[in-house]
Design a protein around this ligand. Structure first.
Ligand SMILES: O=C(CO)COP(=O)(O)O
Length: 247
């Protein structure tokens, strides 16, 4: 399976600089032989503008959340259909920062995944254990419950494994930890979805950088990376994309 590199810009990006960033990323990717699939997920305010800028580049547009209902009285929220309307094809759901900042529960994430798929978007559902859960040896249980609770029946999207303690720390999880958790997640997906669970792409996220990407991406079951901080500049994002080409 061709690898996928997803840039999650989080709450960063203003109009002018963002246009320059996606232009530089698109040029860099265009110069690579058989590049991986690249998805850029800017904040809502930039989606329409960057969607236009990315047309014809082969780079996909993603968003960072959607509401679980199609429309209605939900002040400040954005529906999946609104995202599709401006050219969005992927949506990150259940990121640990949304679970933390907005109290999102597995059940809501599951409803959002259903809404996203209904609007024709591919959900990227995030799971990951906290530092406490890892320290107490509960991380498999925690991830198992998140998978069970956050993925709807018939799920055909993407799962991102992002250990909360690795996000923004500057140090990714060790290769051994990633390999162990990837194998566990794959087994859970197969248990929940049968044969279909074998083909669900699993991304790793948490302090991925250009140096470590070359070690992380070849790990069994890793189908790509979900990149935060390093996706904010072309000169830190492109080496990660390149590491996926060189596999
Ligand atoms: O949360 C992440 C991507 O969704 C990871 O962020 P960092 O790459 O900044 O650790």
């Amino acid at each position: 399976m061709r690898q996928m590199i997803v840039g999650n810009w989080k709450m960063n990006g203003l109009c002018a600089a963002s246009r320059d960033l996606v232009t530089a990323v698109a040029e860099g990717v265009a110069a690579m032989p058989s590049p991986p699939q690249v998805v850029v997920c800017p904040p809502f305010t930039l989606l329409a503008q960057l969607g236009a800028a990315l047309k014809g580049t082969g780079i996909f547009l993603g968003a960072q959340d959607c509401h679980q209902t199609a429309s209605g009285a939900h002040t400040g929220d954005i529906s999946a259909a609104m995202l599709a309307d401006v050219g969005v094809e992927y949506v990150i759901l259940g990121h640990s920062e949304r679970r933390r900042d907005h109290g999102e529960l597995d059940e809501t994430v599951r409803e959002k995944a259903v809404a996203a798929a209904a609007a024709g978007l591919t959900p990227i559902v995030c799971v990951g254990e906290s530092e406490d859960q890892r320290a107490s040896g509960d991380c498999r249980d925690a991830i198992g419950w998140q998978i069970k609770g956050s993925l709807p029946d018939g799920f055909t999207g993407i799962v991102a494994y992002e250990p909360v303690w690795a996000i923004g720390s500057g140090v990714p999880a060790s290769s051994q930890d990633i390999a162990d958790m990837m194998a566990f997640i794959r087994a859970e997906l197969v248990r929940q979805f049968g044969a279909a669970g074998k083909t669900i792409r699993i991304l790793y996220g948490g302090s991925v950088n250009g140096r470590d990407a070359a070690t992380i991406l070849p790990i069994a079951e890793v189908g790509g990376a979900l990149v935060g901080g390093a996706s904010l500049q072309a000169d830190t994002f492109l080496p990660i994309v390149r590491a996926a080409v060189e596999l």
